[in-house]
Design a protein. Structure first.
Length: 160
């Protein structure tokens, strides 16, 4: 079942990498008591994700924070090492938290997985963006497969 506006996000452990190594963080800690933009995409270093999706959030991060967003999270079904390297490559610095959902546990729990086996990618996340307030979904912009029209930073910014 796909998560809907008004639903609470599930409590799932996710990973990210710091200078001290791979860290585990629960989604309750990530989203609790905060207004968060979460955007997810099929894969790090992939064409649309690297050329448009992530860079749009980097460029617009200050505007999102100015509109009351406490945290911006990029999530992908990749490991924490890949997400850190991709963040460094894209100069995200401390503007965006690069979260790994390596086993797709979170992605499956919210019903937004997609089978990309035909492209050699296996199980991945669909492309989406959501606004989450204290763990509850306030807005969900889910792209149709292959599209990049409503999960971009500009669209999310205009909805705030």
């Amino acid at each position: 079942m796909t998560i809907q506006v008004g639903d609470k996000l599930p409590s799932i452990d996710l990973q990210y990498k710091t200078e001290d190594g791979v860290q585990t963080i629960n989604s309750d800690e990530l989203f609790g008591g905060k207004k968060v933009v979460l955007f997810a995409l099929p894969g790090a270093f992939t064409p649309t994700c690297s050329a448009s999706h992530l860079p749009g959030y980097v460029v617009n991060s200050d505007k999102l924070f100015a509109k009351g967003i406490d945290k911006i999270i990029c999530l992908s079904v990749n490991d924490a090492h890949v997400m850190r390297a991709w963040g460094e490559d894209q100069n995200v610095e401390d503007r965006i938290m690069m979260i790994a959902d390596g086993n797709a546990d979170f992605t499956r729990a919210i019903g937004l997985e997609i089978d990309r086996s035909e492209a050699g990618m296996g199980l991945r996340s669909q492309r989406y963006a959501m606004i989450v307030n204290d763990g509850v979904v306030e807005l969900l912009n889910l792209e149709t497969p292959g599209a990049f029209e409503i999960s971009d930073a500009e669209t999310i910014l205009s909805s705030l």
